[in-house]
Each structure stands twice: as structure tokens, then as C-alpha cells.
Design a protein around this ligand. Structure first.
Ligand SMILES: [Zn+2]
Length: 431
């Protein structure tokens, strides 16, 4: 596989820093970003990188010439600024396989092999790298349909009236080799605004979701954060080729107030301290997932899309507090038939309804999670039993349903008053 790096941009938001040095040569953890990128791409098996240069391009060329690189680099100088996407036209006819396209200001630690496998399976023309953002209100968010198909992009500049999933566009793509030939040569084009839309409209664009470290260093603050994550090894630890640890959270009574079955977004209200607790997980070595039984759909109190709307509200509320979920899984099923109004298609004995471990096992497979070093936090014996069945440790919180008597005879590894206390106990090494 080849990769193309768009490194011609001016980086005006970095101010003085990019007046005399191109953005891709700015030091991150003591090394030029470009050198980190080339090493990362090489680790994922990429052999050749096409480097599109522009602003202060001669400095980039000099750097490539004077330093040994882990991959073959071919330089293409843009004589006039071509925007974020116009430069791709020069690759028409020169690349025969799908290729990675990324921006020169992206700090990343990413197992591209997984994204590649996803691209291959989906048959996409364009695969977008997507991840939850700690600041979704200030990010372009991907609107996703059935089967991870991209339906559109909600721009950060737009006024948002709906609840949105926290799925931000990371700025890295796998593209069909036919794409460069469709771009007008010499035209100045914005990739997201002018090149991507027809592929979204054609239904051939998919979002690949990851929990790995990807950050654009467009501002001095982000540059500092990225430097720290690279320097301390936190970014490398998140690489999905390394085993992950996770904290799985029940939803109702653990994150939001327990009010019985939630079938409408208005019924979802965060518990005090829940967003702060999730923010602590986000800054730790643990991934954070919600795994929730939602039989409201099986009982026809709402449909599966209704549950997804409720989750969009959950993610939006958390995002307003700088917290995010790495992913969400829910079981819309229920095994007992024979109620009036029920949805027979969802009245099945599935493998995902807790206390079965299906949702945790699937997430463990998807994100390479070591369950024995992971935790489940919930407010009922169902969650404790799920943890036992999946092989994680468990913490029972007292913030939700008062289960009397408990449905399952299962002992939690620990108890806590609420999510904040439970997360504190894990991160302080007390469970
Ligand atoms: Zn299920």
C-alpha cells in the first residue's frame, strides 16, 4: 500500500511557529512530525509515500534528502497552493491500489492494517478514519447510517439543533486509486468540501471507527498535547496492535438517572458527577464503553432508531462536559414472548442480552481488549453476573435501581456509591 501526505499547507493557526518552518517539520516530542509520520506508516507496512509539498517546500525536500527515511519518498511540489485536496490530481495514473491519504499536521499512532481490512470488506471507494472527540462541539462530525455508511458531515461551523453521535472526522482516509483521475488538474480544492461530497452521495463512503491516538496539531495547545502523548508513550499504548484495557459501563442508574425503561430522549438525564468520571477514564489508560440492555424496542415502546437517538443525546451531553465514550453497544432484544404490543422480531433469545457476555466479547475482539485486566461498573446483579461471565472485575454502584432481592447471586469485586467513586477506586489501584 502507498500513502500520500498533503504537507503543503501554511499552518496559519500556529502563528510564528510556521513562518519559517513548514508545519510538517515542527518538532513533536523532539522529532519533526514528518519523521514520526513516516515511521508510523512504515510500521503499518507502507513502502512508498508521495509527499505533496508547497509552503516552504524546499525545506521539506532538503529534510528528505539529508535524512535516511524508513520508506521510499517521492516528492511532488505544488507550484501554486492547491488546497487540501487539489494536489491529489497529480497522482492520476500513478497509483494502482487503494492508498492512504493524510494531512501533514496529523500526529498519529495507528494500526492501519485494521483500517485496511475494514476498507477491503466494505467495498468502499472512500474510508474515513473516525474517532470520538473530547470536544465534539468544535469538531466536524460524521453522520452515519446503517452499516457504518457515511450519510454526511455536520460541520463545526453549522448551527446544530439535533443530538449528534460523537464521531469526528480524523483527517485520514483510504481512497480508491480511481479518485485522483476525477480531480481537475491545477484546481485549488478543499478535500472535504469539494472532493468528498459526490462519494458520500453515491453511498460509497464508510467510516472506520478507532480508539487510537490521532490528533491534528493545528493549534499550539494541541501541539503540546500531542507532544506529551507521544513523549510519555500514551499514544503508542492506544495502538490497537497492543492489548487494551477497558472500563465497561452500564447505562441506566450508572451514568443517567434510573427511571425504569427509557424510551424517549427527554427521560435521559445524566447523574451528577457522571461526565467528570468518564472524563477521568478518557485521560487514563482505559478505554470506556457503554454496554446496555434496552428491551424498550422489543416491547415496542420505541424502535431501535429511537434508542440510537437517546444515545446521541447521551453523547452530546457528555461531549458538552469534555467526556466521550469509545463506543456503545446495546441489546434491543428480550427473550419472553407473549406480551401485547411487542415487536416479535426482537423477541429472541440472543447472545447479547446481559448477563450474557456477548457485547463485551464482541468489543474485546474489535478493540483487542484484555478482559482480565478490565472492569464492568453497573447498578444491578445483572452487571456483576455479566462481568463474571466475561471474565472482567466488577464494581456495583448504589446510584441506580435498588434491587431487592438481587436477581443473580453474584458477588462484586467492590462496591461504590456512584460512578465517580468506582472510577476513582480503579484508577487509584484499589480494586
Ligand atoms: Zn440481544
Amino acid at each position: 500500500m502507498d500513502a500520500v501526505i498533503a504537507a503543503g499547507g501554511k499552518g496559519t493557526r500556529l502563528g510564528e511557529l510556521t513562518r519559517e518552518i513548514p508545519k510538517c517539520l515542527i518538532a513533536v516530542a523532539g522529532r519533526p512530525l514528518l519523521s514520526l509520520q513516516l515511521e508510523e506508516l512504515s510500521r503499518s507496512g507502507i513502502r512508498k509515500v508521495w509527499l505533496l509539498t508547497g509552503h516552504l517546500g524546499w525545506l521539506v525536500e532538503e529534510y528528505i534528502r539529508d535524512n535516511r527515511q524508513p520508506v521510499e519518498v517521492e516528492l511532488i511540489r505544488e507550484e501554486a497552493p492547491l488546497g487540501t485536496g487539489g494536489g491529489l490530481a497529480s497522482l492520476a495514473g500513478r497509483i494502482e491500489e487503494p492508498f492512504v491519504f493524510l494531512y501533514g499536521d496529523l500526529v498519529l499512532s495507528l494500526d492501519l492494517g485494521r483500517m485496511w481490512a475494514f476498507h477491503d470488506r466494505s467495498g468502499a471507494a472512500v474510508t474515513m478514519l473516525a474517532h470520538p472527540s473530547s470536544h465534539p462541539g468544535d469538531s466536524d462530525l460524521i453522520l452515519e447510517g446503517e452499516g457504518e455508511r457515511v450519510l454526511g458531515i455536520s460541520r463545526k461551523s453549522q448551527v446544530r439543533r439535533d443530538w449528534l453521535r460523537n464521531l469526528a472526522n480524523a483527517g485520514l482516509y483510504i481512497l480508491s486509486p480511481d479518485l485522483p483521475a476525477s480531480i481537475e488538474r491545477g484546481a485549488r480544492l478543499d478535500f472535504e468540501k469539494e472532493i468528498l461530497p459526490p462519494y458520500i452521495e453515491a453511498g460509497t463512503t464508510f467510516a472506520y471507527r478507532t480508539t487510537e491516538f490521532v490528533k491534528d496539531m493545528g493549534t499550539p495547545e494541541r501541539l503540546a498535547e500531542a507532544g506529551e502523548a507521544i513523549g510519555t508513550g500514551a499514544a503508542e499504548a492506544r495502538r490497537l496492535s497492543n492489548r487494551q484495557r477497558a472500563i465497561f459501563l452500564d447505562r441506566d442508574g450508572t451514568i443517567n438517572e434510573f427511571v425504569g425503561l427509557v424510551s424517549r430522549p427527554e427521560q435521559l438525564r445524566l447523574l451528577g458527577g457522571a461526565a467528570a468520571a468518564i472524563r477521568r477514564i478518557n485521560r487514563s489508560k482505559y478505554l470506556c464503553f457503554v454496554v446496555s440492555n434496552q428491551p424498550a424496542a422489543a416491547r415496542n415502546l420505541c424502535d431501535v432508531a429511537g434508542i440510537e437517538t437517546i444515545h446521541r443525546k447521551l453523547e452530546t451531553l457528555l461531549g458538552q462536559d469534555g467526556a466521550f465514550l469509545d463506543d456503545i453497544r446495546f441489546c434491543p432484544h428480550h427473550p419472553d414472548r407473549g406480551y401485547p404490543e411487542e415487536n416479535p422480531a426482537l423477541k429472541i433469545d440472543c447472545a447479547c442480552r446481559k448477563p450474557k457476555p456477548g457485547m463485551l466479547l464482541e468489543l474485546a475482539e474489535r478493540y483487542n481488549i484484555n478482559l482480565a485486566e478490565s472492569y464492568m461498573i453497573g447498578d444491578t446483579s445483572v452487571d456483576v453476573m455479566t462481568a463474571a461471565n466475561a471474565g472482567t472485575k466488577s464494581i456495583l454502584v448504589a446510584s441506580g435501581m435498588k434491587e431487592e432481592p438481587p436477581k443473580y447471586d453474584a458477588r462484586p469485586d467492590s462496591r461504590a456509591s456512584d460512578l465517580g467513586e468506582a472510577v476513582g477506586a480503579i484508577l487509584d489501584g484499589n480494586v
